[in-house]
Design a protein around this ligand. Sequence first.
Ligand SMILES: [Fe+2]
Ligand SMILES: [Fe+2]
Length: 133
Amino acid sequence: MSQTPPFDDSLRTGFADIDEQHRYFLDMLGELVQRIEAGQHRQGVLDAFQGMRAYAEGHFADEEALLARLGYPDMEAHQRLHATFTDMVRELEGRMGEGPGLLSLETLEFLGAWFIGHIRNEDQRFAAYARRG
Ligand SMILES: [Fe+2]
Ligand SMILES: [Fe+2]
């Protein structure tokens, strides 16, 4: 069985709402993997993918609002990383809408690895900045 990485305590930023959103997003990815493995019909997979994409965009908007409140100096670079991810998932969603090819598990694993890496390497940097006050 394929696995997307679960949320764990090493990913916590100290912002409860942000941590909850990270956890929920990873749960959504795991749910998508399960739908694909269960052979769910394409509309069900597409709906779940769209939900995941919309959730990611909402999360990025909330997180960017937090960065603005914190006066985080690397905010622009951080926003560009969010935009890179958003562009990637929008492109995938567009392709799913056109062709018969379903989303691959490898693609979901890649998205999960990207998201976890982003939390570890980038979100943790603004968390450290906030802790320094
Ligand atoms: Fe982020
Ligand atoms: Fe984040």
